[in-house]
Design a protein around this ligand. Sequence first.
Ligand code: ADP
Ligand code: ZN
Length: 518
Amino acid sequence: MLLKETQEKLIPTLKTYFGYDSFRDQQQQIVESVLSKNDNLVIMPTGGGKSICFQLPALLFEGLTLVISPLIALMKDQVDGLKANGIEADFFNSSQESIEQAIIFEKVFQKELKLLYVAPESLSLLENILNEDYISCIAIDEAHCISSWGHDFRPSYQQLGFLKQSLPNTPIIALTATADKATRADILEQLSIPSATQFISSFDRKNIELEVRPANDRLSQIIKFIRKQPNESGIIYCLSRKGTEQTAAKLQQNGIDAAAYHAGLNFVERSKTQEDFIYDKTKVVCATVAFGMGIDKSNVRWVIHYNMPKNIEGYYQEIGRCGRDGVAANALLFHSYSDVIQLRKFMSGASNEEVQAAKLDRMKQFSEATTCRRKILLSYFGELLAENCGNCDVCKNPPQFFNGTIIAQKALSVITRLKESEAIGTVIDVLRGAHNATVLEKGYDQLKSHGVGSEISWRDWQQYLIQLTNQGYCEIAFHKNNALQLTDFSKKVLFEGEQVNLTRPVAFKEQPTVDKKA
Ligand code: ADP
Ligand code: ZN
């Protein structure tokens, strides 16, 4: 139980030091639990507001809160941010001169500091202050790094197990955005905090509208999209460095203020782009996935994936960079068949190729879904949504199914005639009766089924074939030049009268013009 006196300080402290009027979601319960000296495990998505959960208690504790964080590069920024709010904070790492370290020790001994950020590998240097005279609380950020089951294991985190032994009465708060159950249990075990209170937030970011569109003429779709909200900030994620530069250049040619960001640019260029974006000088950044980590900008209004991400974790993390202020935001993903093929190629030969390929498959299924996308997304993270979300393109525009058996039969018979050796493009050419070089050279114009699907447009065929692949009626042989091949299901359609349901291909939908802030 928290003293009434402490309880009454919570909101005023939040307001004075952080400028917020109220807590978000579970923040207050977490803060109270920390102040009651419980051990805690906090699972909250990126942008959820984890920092307050230890920074605010730090202000109300007598002594120092030690913050273990793996990102030395971000420590200075975080500390500068705290100092700007009038909070006594500092960071400690092995790159500092011994005089700087001595100054920090002195501040600790004088009990002047409220928060001290330290990298796990520098912790041993702090031995003489690691006692309860000085340390009131220990926050372990990115706590999943302690577990070899997590996706970002760091050996230096394993030594944190000793903290509970040296400071048995000091509350520990471990925080992470990784929700996986096995990792959670491992964190508790390794930190020796088996009875920690667990706070697991929903991963749902309701304010982000999810939308997936076929990748036809992406650039003009993007230009239209941006012109509807020209004063808002957004990020366009591209697969390659070249892609970021080309997209930025084309947007500039169309009068849109856009910059490129990727790891190949020098530090000065990158910092400038980042700053200009943060301070709203540049509205649009075309970036590789390197952009956004540690960027604290709450009013990013939209994220576009020009290319397909390679898994749902990445997609979710990237779209999570918009709408952090809770105001309506848009996540638009372009679903491209050739992107999937390219990503699949990148993976080939990797030690965990199978895992990566399975993850890419899930991403593909998400993109091609005909049910609420948020349900799919959250179920991926183990969270079940009872109702459809109403804020994704599928909910807003439910697909209409029709009997597509004849379409499927035409496609599958062409695939058969092509001896399962041609990729989607040639399959469509033959279906549509094209007379281009490949078709003529290989004599495909002589096939009985040449032109059997000429009434359907090229784009529509593309989408039908994707749907058929998705439903398992055919498959792509990634190791055989992406040839479309038959499956056991194909035979049922061709020979056993199995009926196939398809949805009408989506034409490019206009974005509704809504005033987000209204
Ligand atoms: P995380 O560490 O979980 O990624 P942060 O602690 O960096 O998230 O917070 C994300 C954003 O939310 C920041 O811009 C922060 O200022 C803002 N924020 C956090 N708590 C609140 C609150 N109670 N009210 C308003 N904004 C908040
Ligand atoms: Zn939905």
